[in-house]
Design a protein around this ligand. Structure first.
Ligand code: MIG
Length: 670
């Protein structure tokens, strides 16, 4: 049962498609305080609070305060309150009460989940104009299922987007891209995508290609597609302000960019220096921005990643002028900087980027009304990705286009996936990658993954091997790294056989992974679940933060500590351990071992992938391949435990939008 409670004048986010009538009565479980703009609720000692999508910390969000404020945050430390997204959904799983709560509100919102007071959940909004959806159901899965139905079907990428992707901020030109493909293919490391970061553009201008680096993108894209590799360019949110640049000129002439209070263009700097921001909340501006992607579609491009769409702002002209002013004052007086003065000085620099005041200094125009940006801040990346997604439906009605974004809001999950942003080559970020999966799935984000090997900092071979052993299960499987960090393509390291085997496992699992993705998307289910969802009566499961269920068949439990030789795993029921390891011929082999329910120490040598098959289950395996197009989705082996029930297999052409055809479903016997 879903009930909507409405307060103030709500801004239409279109997160929810068919809104139920607003209730007249009081919101159950919560104390509603419009003066303090707060909703509070008591939490019993063992209540678990799930949700909040992309965020730091645990699967259980208790014990911290989170803020929905889409931010360009490259430091995913435990003390951060926001990352790139605003996913305002929680699932409260307490002894006496169980409910889902979605706060549909595009401004800054905090979720104090026992931070100020360990037994109080307090949600505070920046202004009192919000829709609150309360969802009650039989169990956690049922609540999520109802919520997902409310917000609409998740984005579905083309099947090739389940292949391996290689990325790096630093691939400069055609030669670099060809070298990546050649290295993969010559070492028989499977590959489906190479990503283009900002250097392919002409001076960071969206929808342009630098001809000195990529002489003929269409020809390159065709050449690589013949090898089953697709190029996936990045698109940045901000548009360079440059006379004669058609995107800028046209958007300006049509009034499609955000403006300051006095109606003049709002200018902030990002990659290209001075830039303007398309009014992604205005449907005409959105349609116009979406049409710009055609320039790249026409060159054979079939996928994109949308970046910097929080939106990131390095500085605004006004603020830069102010900072330079203050600094020149220091220069004039030849100041001796004492502690306070030095703090002020460094603070001036720190205030340049992503300054909250800058987000209050520009406006959108929605239905003829001007709306100050900070009130709707969390919709920007959603709007940008929706612009692209809606344009693709027009431009390529018969083909799926790969699309994922950095910033997001619930509702955006219908148009694209997300990647988990600028993580680091840290062991703890393998675990963070895992923990975000169920939280994101609850909010409708299924096509997701983290930068494997880590974005910032230097990766090591063992880190990458361990991370891939999780990444083989995530729908988006992409190795990506920041400019200036150590090279971390698998072929930069020595144990190529292990990398080949692990990446190869991905292609053996593809029929299963794709089928599970599709069923989760079409039915509003989670692909990844916390253990407690399946064992509500097992108190141990409520505390497991480093294992997940995948579909109805698998449990995953990756190693995420350096120099570990294995790990402890908790089995809520009897399972079959499956070890993918080097066989006698050097290729991968599946080795099985039946394990009873309980705690086990499981040795996992570097290069092995271990996962667990549940009782009564089986799943299809392919022979594998060098790319998704190679994989035979028809002649399958079954990986089965004794007395397995048949597997419900979803298989379609992987390209068209004929998702609901009943012929896509088939039952496979063990
Ligand atoms: O602030 O385009 O998250 O994946 O490589 C850095 C350069 C801007 C941030 C993205 C990252 C990308 C990088 N971008």
């Amino acid at each position: 049962m879903i009930r909507r409670f409405s307060y103030g004048t709500v801004f239409e986010t279109e997160a929810v498609l068919d809104k139920p009538e607003a209730q007249r009565g009081a919101l159950p479980y919560f104390d509603v305080d419009p003066k303090r703009r707060a909703l509070t609720c008591r939490m019993d000692a063992d209540a678990v609070v799930y949700g909040l999508g992309e965020n730091v910390r645990g699967i259980n969000k208790r014990g911290w305060i989170y803020e929905s404020r889409c931010s360009d945050e490259p430091h995913h430390h435990e003390d951060k309150r926001s990352l790139y997204a605003a996913h305002n959904f929680i699932l409260f799983d307490g002894r006496e009460r169980r409910f889902g709560l979605f706060v549909d509100y595009p401004g800054i919102l905090t979720f104090d989940v026992g931070f100020t007071d360990a037994s109080v959940l307090k949600i505070t909004a920046a202004d009192w104009n919000l829709d609150v959806y309360l969802i009650e159901g039989a169990d956690n899965r049922d609540i999520v299922w109802q919520f997902r139905r409310l917000i609409g079907r998740s984005y579905i990428p083309p099947r090739w987007a389940f292949g391996v992707g290689q990325s790096r901020w630093g691939y400069q030109n055609e030669a670099d891209v060809r070298a990546v493909v050649r290295s993969y293919r010559s070492l028989r490391l499977p590959l489906d995508m190479v990503y283009l970061d900002i250097d392919y553009m002409e001076r960071y201008k969206d929808f342009t290609v630098d001809r000195t680096r990529f002489e003929d993108l269409a020809a390159l894209s065709e050449e690589l597609k013949a090898e089953n590799v697709r190029l996936i360019p990045i698109i940045d949110a901000a548009v360079k302000q440059e006379d004669g640049y058609p995107v800028y000129e046209e958007g300006k002439a049509k009034g499609y960019f955000c403006t300051r209070e006095d109606g003049s263009l709002f200018v902030g700097a990002v990659w290209p220096g001075r830039s303007v921001f398309t009014d992604m909340l205005n449907p005409q501006a959105r349609a116009w921005f979406g049409r710009q992607y055609k320039a790249l579609l026409d060159q054979g491009i079939e996928g994109f990643w949308n970046d910097m769409n929080e939106p990131a702002i390095f500085y605004t002209e006004d603020r830069l002028a102010h900072v330079l002013d203050e600094i020149s004052k220091l220069k004039e007086t030849n100041q001796n900087l004492d502690l306070e003065a030095f703090r002020r000085f460094t603070g001036l620099f720190g205030s340049l980027s992503h300054n909250p005041e800058d987000y209050q200094a520009f406006y959108h125009t929605v239905g003829g009304q001007r709306v100050r940006h900070d009130r709707v801040h969390n919709l920007y990346g959603y709007g940008m990705t929706r612009a692209a997604g809606e344009a693709f439906e027009q431009l390529e009605p018969r083909k799926r286009i790969l699309l994922f974004s950095r910033a997001s809001y619930i509702g955006m999950h219908r148009y694209g996936g997300i990647w988990q942003g600028d993580n680091k080559s840290w062991w703890s970020h393998i675990l963070l990658n895992l923990r975000m999966l169920p939280s994101l799935n609850m909010c409708g984000f299924l096509y997701t993954g983290a930068d494997l090997g880590g974005f910032g900092c230097d990766a090591t071979e063992d880190l990458l091997l361990r991370w891939y052993a999780l990444g083989v299960f995530t729908p988006l499987m992409r190795n990506h790294a920041a400019y200036g960090t150590r090279d971390q393509e698998p072929y930069r390291f020595s144990d190529i056989d292990s990398f080949r085997r692990i990446l190869g496992l991905r292609y053996r699992l593809l029929p299963y992974l794709y089928s599970e993705y599709m069923k989760a998307a079409l039915r509003g289910d989670m692909m990844f679940r916390p253990l407690a969802f399946d064992h509500p009566d097992d108190p141990r499961c409520r505390t497991v933060e480093d294992q997940l269920y995948l579909g109805a068949e698998l449990m995953i439990a990756p190693v995420y500590e350096q120099n570990a030789a294995g790990r402890y795993v908790y089995l809520p029921e009897d399972m079959t351990l499956i070890r993918y390891t080097a066989g006698p011929d050097g290729d991968g082999a599946f080795v099985r071992e039946a394990l009873p329910a309980g705690d086990h120490y499981v040795p996992v040598p570097l290069g092995d992938v271990v996962f667990f098959l549940r009782k009564g289950r089986c799943l299809p395996l392919a022979e594998g391949g060098q790319c998704v197009a190679d994989v035979d989705f028809e002649n399958l082996h079954m990986l089965a435990c004794d007395d397995a029930q048949p597997y419900e297999y979803y298989h379609d052409d992987g390209v068209s939008r004929d998702y609901d055809n009943p012929r896509n479903i088939r039952w496979l016997r063990a």
